[in-house]
Design a protein around this ligand. Structure first.
Ligand SMILES: [Zn+2]
Length: 471
């Protein structure tokens, strides 16, 4: 935490004293060198491999997979035992398909076996901790090799938007982590300290969403003049609201906004924002930069050089386009906490059409979020896009939908200006239309809805058995 607060204050002080045109003191070659710093090698290799034919990317994946499987077999007690149980050795992994011989693991399995999964001599301190919906948070170390790869992928994503690493400014705006110990992750690493201003990058972490901090955020944005803002919907929403209410605006320099962390309706944001929105999809516990959107905005390219993505339904990898299942990741580069076939528990689907950008990196379609963040109708069908409908209701300040049973939902509402009984009736009717007329909908008026870094609009408390066959 200290690290981030320090960053915040240093950035504020430095920006107040820095002349606005400080970046012109350095040539674009110098800025590019500052920015790519210790990831030059990874970055240039990723810039090349993104144009490889799919079969060559897969060849590269197989090479990395074999090395990774060998490493875990000889160094990680958890995997050695697992492999022996199923009678598999590294010599049995000769194609990407052979990966399916290895059983899928999830957060609970990792938590229970943590002492046997981490590399005994793990050296690097970067950690991520997650609590998810069940159990206590735990920390996973990230090896330096993986950090470099992840940072290089982030820079490649920035280049996909149209940002030139030699001259375009990037501002990251995030909330401080809500889980203690989660303060250090790789994206913070990219934006660390004074040195990062020389890279034309700035990390801004408003501690509160109040008038002062939001006003400051606009002030800093307009002073720094970023071309790209790298943030999450939960931070962007209050900024857009503030812009509507007060006489402030985003800087003219702003051309791109990168959003990730929760499934959103790009359309809703795009209406209020005069900048091109790029979606990204990541998971902090494994691989981190799972997939990113290119300029074509048609699905998210999987960063295949860093990991393998499988979509899994009832424990089997799905082969069909558009078939929904859970995202399962095999990371190639994190040797400190190696995870093979780790179920992230987000729901998504493959898109098999060739992207017109020319990259053959495979694509994910929509990412629907976690099973625990999805609504099911009384007929057991997945109901999506409910949150967007609610977000367009002007007289609702804030909301959360909790599905308690297959036929019962509770809606927490922080009423906005103009909220009336009619709004309440509208909420009930809309949910009944989507979920089934027999669904019992209860609207509860509240003052505040508790939130973490990622706001959960929907919380499902219904038994996971309902999802069988759907996902
Ligand atoms: Zn593309």
């Amino acid at each position: 935490m200290l690290d981030l607060n320090l960053n915040h204050n240093i950035s504020k002080i430095i920006l107040s004293f820095f002349p606005k045109n400080y970046s012109t003191f350095f040539s674009s070659e110098q800025v590019k060198k500052f920015r790519l710093d210790y990831i030059q090698k990874e970055y240039s290799s990723l810039q090349k491999s993104q144009w490889f034919k799919l079969r060559d990317i897969e060849k590269l994946q197989l090479k990395k997979l074999k090395a990774y499987v060998s490493f875990v077999y000889y160094n990680i007690p958890f995997y050695r035992r697992k492999f022996r149980e199923i009678g598999v050795t590294p010599y049995d992994i000769n194609s990407l398909k052979d990966l399916e011989k290895i059983p899928i693991i999830n957060k609970n399995i990792v938590r229970k076996n943590l002492g046997n999964i981490l590399f005994p001599n793990c050296s690097f301190y970067l950690t991520f901790s997650t609590s998810g919906s069940t159990g206590k948070p735990f920390k996973l170390p990230v090896s330096f090799d993986a950090v470099k790869m992840r940072d290089a992928l982030l820079q490649r994503f920035f280049s996909w938007t149209g940002c030139d690493p030699g001259k375009d400014k990037i501002m990251g705006i995030f909330r401080p982590p809500s889980v203690p110990g989660a303060a250090i992750n790789t994206s913070n690493h990219v934006f660390r300290g004074l040195k990062y201003l020389l890279k034309n990058q700035l990390l801004w972490t408003p501690r509160k969403i109040d008038f002062n901090e939001t006003f400051q955020t606009f002030f800093i944005m307009n002073k720094f003049e970023p071309k790209l803002i790298h943030t999450i919907p939960n931070v962007l929403r209050p900024l857009l609201k503030f812009k509507e209410e007060f006489d402030v605006d985003f800087p003219d320099s702003l051309k791109y906004v990168s959003l990730g962390g929760e499934p959103i309706s790009v359309k809703e944001f795009q209406k209020q924002l005069d900048a091109e929105i790029f979606m990204r999809y990541g998971a902090n516990d494994v691989a981190q930069r799972i997939a990113d959107e290119c300029k074509e905005h048609s699905g998210l390219h999987i960063n295949m050089e860093n990991h393998i993505v499988e979509i899994v339904k009832d424990n089997e990898a799905v082969q069909n386009e558009g078939e929904k299942g859970e995202v399962v990741i095999t990371d190639f580069h994190n040797f400190d906490a190696p995870l093979i076939r780790y179920n992230v528990e987000d729901v998504s689907e493959f898109m098999f059409d060739r992207c017109t950008c020319g990259r053959e990196l495979e694509k994910l379609g929509r990412v629907y979020g976690r099973k625990t963040d999805l609504l099911l109708s009384s007929k057991g069908k997945l109901v999506t896009d409910v949150e967007w409908i609610f977000q367009t209701l002007d007289d609702v300040e804030h909301f959360r939908i909790i599905q308690k049973r297959i036929d019962k939902v509770v809606v927490l509402v922080v009423p906005g200006h103009g909220f009336s009984e009619r709004t309440e009736q509208y909420i009930v009717s809309i949910l009944q239309r989507l979920l089934g007329m027999t669904t019992h909908v209860e609207v509860k008026i509240v003052d505040k809805i508790p939130s973490a870094q990622k706001f959960r609009f929907i919380i499902s408390k219904i038994s996971q058995k309902y999802f069988e066959g759907i996902l």
